[in-house]
Design a protein around this ligand. Structure first.
Ligand code: GLV
Ligand code: MG
Length: 291
């Protein structure tokens, strides 16, 4: 089955073959060879060629490979798409999506590239970055524009640039817009990934960003360095204490006489909505093998 539930996706500049191969043996749930902002204009063509040449080997690793291509205003999108059409590439990523028309344009480019490459129509998913003020006015409409969208991302750096402020580590700067996109992602059933944390030596800003993102309903986060992966993978699993408590509540609930719609668990009322929360935590823990 095509995986769409990622705790971590590791970015690798597309023109860095050494880093691409290291990424394959990392703990990342998926890797994202990048042709967009981590590659300078003069290196765009070589990054595209490099990724194209390495695709067989990259997908053979079994790790999901999600190339990020250049956004529509660059004029490079369709050439980039042609370079990454591959039976083993079942999702590509595109930044700076502004409106439904942008998603439909990428959808149409993919449909035509799939036809040319003999891939089934709809084979390739789109992981859009919602990172401009325009896209975040109505994120639900973008997420519903194409059935290719199963996963999306919030980009804090482009968002700060578009809003005209410098990205800071103050949670309040983007909490409001992150809550808005989290709501849209949940309502449309799309898996939501958070921007990478740009501090890769000191892991404390990363820990804070994870805590905040998870609290808002984000499901995973991009990494820009393998050293960030362990923290991200653990951070997007329910903590063992939370899982243990959810299991205890479930045991108490299952022991309660039938017909009792609410029970007392250690002085706290437990009823159906809390049971739903517990079941979700237990399901997540099982998916990611948390004891
Ligand atoms: C990522 O693409 C960002 O803009 O933060
Ligand atoms: Mg961006």
């Amino acid at each position: 089955m095509k995986q769409t539930r990622f705790r971590s996706i590791l970015f690798v500049p597309g023109n860095r073959s050494d880093m691409l191969h290291k990424a394959l043996i990392s703990e990342a749930d998926a890797i994202m060879p990048d042709m967009e902002d981590s590659v300078r204009d003069e290196d765009k063509a070589s990054a595209r060629d490099q990724i194209h040449q390495e695709l067989d080997q990259l997908v053979a690793s079994g790790k999901p490979v999600i190339p990020r291509i250049n956004s529509l205003p660059t004029g490079l999108t369709s050439e980039d798409i042609a370079a990454v059409m591959h039976p083993g590439v079942w999702m590509i990523s595109v930044g700076k999506m502004n409106a439904v028309e942008d998603l439909l344009a990428v959808d149409a480019m993919l449909a035509s590239a799939e036809k040319k490459s003999g891939l089934p129509l709809g084979h390739t998913g789109i992981l859009p970055w919602l990172e401009t003020a325009r896209s975040l006015l109505h994120p639900d409409m973008l997420l519903l524009a194409s059935s290719r969208v199963q996963v999306c991302a919030f980009g804090a750096d482009d968002f700060a640039a578009d809003m005209g402020f410098l990205r800071s580590s103050d949670f309040r700067q983007t909490a409001w817009v992150k809550a808005h996109i989290a709501l849209a992602a949940r309502a449309t059933g799309v898996w939501l990934m958070d921007s990478p944390c740009t501090h890769f030596r000191d892991l404390s800003p990363l820990n804070l960003e994870i805590e905040e993102a998870r609290m808002l309903g984000f499901r995973g986060k991009f990494a820009i360095h393998p050293a960030q992966l362990d923290v991200i993978n653990k951070g997007f699993c329910p903590p063992p204490g939370e899982v243990g408590k959810a299991r205890q509540i479930m045991e108490a609930w299952n022991r309660a006489p039938s017909g009792q719609g609410a029970i007392n668990f250690e002085g706290v009322m437990v009823d159906e909505p809390l049971i739903k929360q517990c079941l979700q935590i237990i399901a997540q823990a099982e998916q990611f093998d948390v004891k």
